[in-house]
Design a protein around this ligand. Sequence first.
Ligand code: ZN
Length: 677
Amino acid sequence: MKKFLTFSCMAILIASLSSCRKKTEPETPFNWVVDRFDDIKVLKYQVPGFDTLILNEKLLIYYLNQAALCGRDIFFDQNGKYNLRIRRTLETIYLHYTGDRQTEEFRQFEKYLKKVWFANGIHHHYSNDKFQPEFSESYFDQLIAGTPEEFFPKDFPSVSEVVATIKPVMFDPTLYPKRANQADGVDMIATSANHYYDGVTQAEVEAYYKQRTDPNDPRPISYGLNSQLTKRNGRIVERTWKIGGMYSAAIEKIVYWLEKAAEVATQPQQKKTIEALIDYYRTGDLHTFDEYSILWVQDTTSKVDFINGFIETYGDPLGYRASWEAMVNFKDEEATRRTETISAEAQWFEDHSPIDSIYRKKQVKGVSAKVITTAMLGGDCFPATPIGINLPNADWIRKDYGSKSVTIQNITHAYNEAAKGNGFDEEFILRKEDRELKKKFGSLGDDLHTDLHECLGHGSGQLAPGVQSDALKNYGSTLEEARADLFALYYLGDPKLVELGLVPSFDVAKAEYATYILNGLMTQLTRIQPGKDVEEAHMRNRKLIAEWCYEKGNGQVIEKVVKNGKTYFVVNDYQQLRSLFGDLLREIQRIKSEGDYEAGRALVETYGVKVDPTLHAEVLERYAKLNLEPYSGFVNPIYKPVMENGQIIDVMLEYTDDYAGQMLEYSKEYSFLPSVN
Ligand code: ZN
């Protein structure tokens, strides 16, 4: 599971950064923002501490980085069957169009391409909605006509044929309007544009898995995780993503670099882990994936770590198939002490959780937690990036072997640096004392929220016997995120945190509560277009929690204040709010443990989906005046091997300010799949 940036993080200054980070920052001012277009701001992140790693660690990072970049096309194709054809057509025009580039229409074209790169396809990375080109179809024809045919990909049957195919996909708003459709009561598979399924209906998919899954299997494999489900001659077939299967050309390259990484792995456990991953990519066997996941979760001592594979299922409305993602990182030793303190107390937190005692874990196992510095992002982690990750996702592995949690500090740091002084707090936070509390403790509260969410929240609690982990279906992700958030919020205000020396006082919780509620009720609406519902799981979860607490507190605990025509939400009773968090955590844990789909559905649909149009319009208007982009993502650093006598003797780290340049380079160097898959 991933934790994404809550809106609040953007405006928070990191006050508590470790001193070691400051030493490694360059002397000259660092340019954090490298590009802006539409609703997006592209940043760059620093990799402090890379220079202090030993050669083998640098080599390991270098090889894993290469593996992290080789699956980019897979993710594009998973997001839609026409995405690679569209991207390659747009890139060919961008590089070779001979006509006038100084026109408004060309700028609109360039903006569209930048959005396609950012979203890894033609649907918005966060809202799932297809974005409409601002240029016309006839201008597109002009661009095609002005680009010499020889430059288009060699595997296009003909340019005119491909253009005829992709034009309606790009321009017709009624075609493929959503990448993943989670709307209640529709065929979520047939109406989703993603390429996880092709030509099958939701009913067929559900019947297919009903036949194959055994509700009494205590250790079920992750059915459907690494395949496309489609039809051949009227029969449903799985096309497995492995060497020799679907996406083979890209997976072969990933394996090539993983083999090199295995050779320089610094610990035997890590070498075994990488070899198991290679074996899984070769066979596509999901039992091997479980073996790999167990090895991976047990490797807690390696300095360098990585994620590489088909991991998260947010993109599949039914939660079977996983997007390809990659991240390479190394441990931030100093900041990790904070999360180790929390993890060491995992059992205490579990035993005191406000949930029904029968759903508490008797023994919380192996909750490992660390703060990391990311070195490379790929696939579903790029350019939009999570700030915390907790894996593996298989419930039984989490129960028997624990899970590994990370907080990605250099990403959070970059967000905060880029957001300094943007006027957001002055606009949306009514009381001066709240703004000051946020300035003082917001960053610590936010870091701790992430730590608690990832280290303990997801790993806490247990299912009742016989309940399937997918029982909550399309509401599963939202409710799971709500459960982890509530766990974090509840404990952020616990005196235990003061006792452990993690916070000076309850003020840290106050800062976080105020920001969380404001975000859930109001400011996150800046990410939603007028008239649309809230769709994304993390956003639904925040809305659900904030709206539920507002209602249960009778407008007293959380109060709506209108001043000078502007709406604000203020928290009047923080202790009472904390106890409401506890109540809702108890109920959501019950829903998960019992697989109570109807109750889960009612909670999400009542509190997490529908937007008040008047408030929405007001928030958008106030936000627009600040001239800020609601979404951010990143370019990666560049790693250059230093060669001597055919050997790599060092790896140099550089930063780039060229978003389009990096995207074009990745498309040139790391594009291995055919245009049609
Ligand atoms: Zn999460």
